[in-house]
Design a protein around this ligand. Sequence first.
Ligand code: ZN
Length: 270
Amino acid sequence: MAPAARWPGDARAACAFTFDLDAETLWMARGVREPVALSQGRFGPVEALPRILELLKVAGVRASFFIPAWVAEHYPDSVKAIVAGGHEIGCHGDEHERVSELDAAQEERILVKSLETLTKLAGRRPVGYRAPAWQLSANTLGLLARHGFDYSSNFMDRLTPYLHPPVEGATLVEIPVSWVLDDAPYFLFTGTRSLEPPGAVLQGWLTEFDGINEAGGVTNFTFHPQLIGRPSRLACLRELLEHVRHTPRVWVASLAEISAHWRKAAAAAR
Ligand SMILES: [Zn+2]
């Protein structure tokens, strides 16, 4: 019997453009209250997001946006603009708290709050979860299953999606990530390291994309509007979008679409 097709149609690999709209919470979670530091976060929803949505529209790409509940509450128009653009919205904590430091009850309270907040603003229930800073607790997967999530996008162990072992009577899809495909290690100024030039970072991402395509995997780009939204980096994002959508046999989709496909393909292969 021929093995089940891994990707739709004749696609040999998949690619997703994902954005974590952290705004001020990235700094708040580190105890920062200083106004200028926080203003770096505000740049995301206020200045960068409209330009990113325009680039995605021109490229015809449906992306996935992970939004802390605090950000959704403070920038409801941003959430509405993302939804109006046809993009997916996923959960990303409340104030970007470190999930690995929460007890189960606190973690569940935050998860429920973020589900309720995003569902109300987006008009549909999120199916995906990305933990702030990609740090999980021992309870996270069980809580996601209990609250009806379809997928997690947090682990770094594979190039292809996979199914987690059943927990709380449900099976979650994992769509893996990597620091290599994240803009923060290159573009987040911490005061102790210098920033990378966008051209060199773009070259690295293109090479990684080619390699993942050869392996038949999913290139899961993770961007932060407050970082990728500077003009020099937006130019890099525009070039990346052009390159990806002109690469033959690559399925560009949201993580929700990739998760649904993977679950169906896994069931068919059984
Ligand atoms: Zn984040």
